[in-house]
Write a protein that binds this ligand. Structure first.
Ligand code: HEM
Length: 269
């Protein structure tokens, strides 16, 4: 609940407070459900006993109350939300790996041992844990979705700041992921930030590339699987090196490399 952040921590604990705020923002699912979901779907589902409520998509497809245009909008959102984000994750990961010889040779050795000469599949994911760490660290440094927004529907307070209904609150994921209070060497590319031990010791809400709570990315696992399969396959077959200007992250709807990621790929003999 948002009200958990109103216990007036001293200003010296601002960063700790930011963390509580992020946690609180991603937990108020029922409020946001009312705000964001199609009201007719919510009404229809709530009119049924809890045990027999159909999934939202089934309501769409069943066409009971829902216009085809709603279905179309949802499908469009899946395509938009799923394509560019995953492409950016891969582009930034390739760039980071291309620029770091130690990471690259460790990842290449892992990829070759895991799949040899064939393409990777979902069955190989457990055999490339370091490549998954590379992707998690890439999402820390270059989260494709760098800002989350929430519309405020109830009054609240964060420290001395009044939060009013109708306000929009933004969560700056990019800064959270590079905050020097939470990360050693926050701007360095260090896939070992995501060893199982480090992940277990860290607050879950410090790494939010897919959001958290009720509105967490619905495609998070799919995106990670897809990226890991592609990166493992590329690493097992090609050497690649930077071949153009170092790109700058520029915030549009997503965090894009400008003027693009330029690499030279050489197939392994
Ligand atoms: C690296 C890839 C991806 C990143 C970084 C990403 C990031 C995010 C983030 C941060 C959110 C939460 C937004 C919020 O809390 O306001 C989100 C929501 C969402 N994402 Fe993704 N996403 C990725 C891939 C995908 C894929 C592959 C799909 C679909 C196949 C997808 C579909 C969605 C949908 C439908 C939502 C809205 C969920 C809801 O509001 O209940 N995303 N994504």
């Amino acid at each position: 609940m948002i009200s958990t952040i109103t216990q007036s921590p001293p200003s010296s604990t601002f960063s700790q407070g930011c963390l509580s705020f992020v946690r609180a923002m991603s937990c108020g699912g029922s409020r946001r459900e009312r705000l964001w979901s199609n009201p007719s779907i919510v009404r229809f589902r709530r009119s049924l006993p809890a045990a027999s409520r159909p999934r939202v998509l089934v309501v769409h497809v069943g066409g009971t109350e829902i216009e085809m245009i709603d279905l179309l909008h949802n499908m469009q959102f899946f395509i938009v939300a799923g394509h560019e984000t995953t492409a950016l994750l891969l582009a930034w990961a390739l760039l980071l790996v291309a620029n770091d010889e130690a990471v690259r040779s460790r990842a290449r050795a892992e990829a070759k041992a895991a799949i040899g000469n064939r393409p990777a599949t979902a069955d190989d994911l457990a055999r490339s844990p370091y490549i998954e760490q590379i992707l998690q660290e890439t999402l820390r440094l270059y989260p494709p979705v760098a800002l989350l927004a929430r519309n405020v529907i109830a009054p609240d307070q964060i420290y001395d700041r009044e939060i009013r209904p109708g306000d929009t609150v933004f969560l700056n994921i990019y800064s959270l992921h590079r905050h020097h209070l939470w990360w050693e060497n926050p701007n360095a590319f260090e896939p070992d930030n995501f060893t199982p031990q480090k992940v277990a010791a860290r607050d879950r809400y410090l790494h939010l590339p897919f959001g958290a709570g009720a509105r967490i990315c619905i495609g998070a696992n799919f995106a990670m699987m897809q990226a890991q399969i592609i990166l493992t396959t590329l690493l097992s077959r090609f050497s690649f090196h930077p071949a153009g200007p170092a790109p700058t992250p520029v915030m549009h709807m997503t965090v894009r490399p400008e003027p693009g990621v330029w690499l030279e790929f050489t197939p392994d003999a």
